[in-house]
Design a protein around this ligand. Structure first.
Ligand code: PNS
Length: 172
C-alpha cells in the first residue's frame, strides 16, 4: 500500500492463464495504459484442476504476448495473493470482468483480499467480443477439434498444438 509517499502506482493482475487468451491480453493492455507498472502474476497451482500447461510454459506464453509492453512483467506466486501483493508493495489488484455474473464471486474475493492486505481490487472490462472467452472453454473446444485461433494469441496457439501432440503421443 502507498502510505502517503508519492510514487507511481503498481498493479498486479493475477490468474491461472492456462492458457492466456485474447481476453486476458486485452485486460493486460488496458491496465498497462493506466498503471506505471503491471505485474502479471501467474498462480503456481490453479485451484480448479490440474493445469494443461506447467508454470514455465504459462509464463513464457504471457511473456511472448507482452514483449511490446515495457511496463509489464511476468512473475509467479504460490499461496495467498494478498501476501504476494504485500511482498511486491502493489497498490492495486486488477481483475477482468466479462459478464455481470463474474462480479458475484469477484466481489467477495476482492473484499477478502482487501481485508487481508488492505489493497483494493479494480475491475476492467475486456472488449465485449471476448465476453464468452475463458481458458476453460478455449481448452474444451480446442481438444474437441474446434477452431479457437481467433480467441488466443498466435504464439499460444502454437503452444496448444504442441501440447495436444504431446498428450496424444503419451496416450497412444
Ligand atoms: O485465472 P483464475 O483461475 O480465475 O485466477 C484465480 C486466482 C489465481 C486469481 C485466484 O485463485 C487466487 O487469487 N489464488 C490465490 C489464492 C488466494 O489468495 N485465495 C484467496 C482469494 S480470496
Amino acid at each position: 500500500m502507498n502510505n502517503g509517499t508519492v510514487r507511481s502506482p503498481r498493479a498486479i493482475y493475477p490468474g491461472s492463464f492456462d492458457p492466456p487468451t485474447n481476453g486476458h491480453l486485452d485486460v493486460i493492455v488496458r491496465a498497462s495504459k493506466i498503471f506505471s507498472e503491471l505485474i502479471v502474476a501467474v498462480v503456481v497451482n490453479p485451484q480448479k484442476r490440474e493445469p494443461m500447461f506447467g508454470l514455465d510454459d504459462r509464463k513464457e506464453m504471457i511473456r511472448a504476448c507482452v514483449a511490446h509492453l515495457p511496463n509489464v512483467r511476468v512473475e509467479h506466486f504460490r499461496g495467498l495473493l494478498a501476501d504476494f501483493v504485500q511482498e511486491k508493495h502493489a497498490d492495486v489488484i486488477i481483475k477482468g470482468l466479462r459478464v455481470v455474473s463474474d462480479f458475484e464471486s469477484e466481489m467477495s474475493t476482492a473484499l477478502m483480499n482487501r481485508s487481508l492486505s488492505d489493497v483494493d481490487t479494480m475491475f476492467l472490462m475486456s472488449d465485449g467480443k471476448y465476453s464468452f472467452v475463458s481458458s476453460s472453454i478455449v481448452k474444451e473446444v480446442f481438444f474437441l477439434g474446434g477452431d479457437v485461433g481467433a480467441l488466443v494469441p498466435d504464439g499460444v496457439m502454437k503452444f496448444m498444438s504442441r501440447r495436444r501432440e504431446t498428450l496424444r503421443s503419451s496416450t497412444t
